[in-house]
Design a protein around this ligand. Sequence first.
Ligand SMILES: [Fe+2]
Length: 127
Amino acid sequence: MNRYRPADKNEELLYEITIDSKSGIALYLVSDASGVESPPHIHHTWAIIAGISGIELNRLYTATEHENRKVSEVKTVPVGPGEVITLAEDDIHSTAVVGSQSTYHLHLYGCDLKSLPAFNTRTFSAE
Ligand SMILES: [Fe+2]
């Protein structure tokens, strides 16, 4: 894994592995440091996240106030080595790296992440 060094303290590393030129389907290797968290967000495309090392805790939400972008947690899914979570294009999730180890997780998306709207337009507040 020398080519893809693991995240140091507070880092979130996104390595682009490949993007299919016809379909746009994109594969990334993600390494996030212990304690790194993302706010609730939507991708607007499907995603399959597979754990290699470390534990990424995924929280899933339902929208409670669409206008105010508020969500409520409905489920928590730890994704560790050999475990997988699938997300539909309208699913809202957040992530948190738990435990002391930084992660390696493969993220397969239905499109190139660079083609998505800016991240801060896709986030929500958890109640
Ligand atoms: Fe995400």
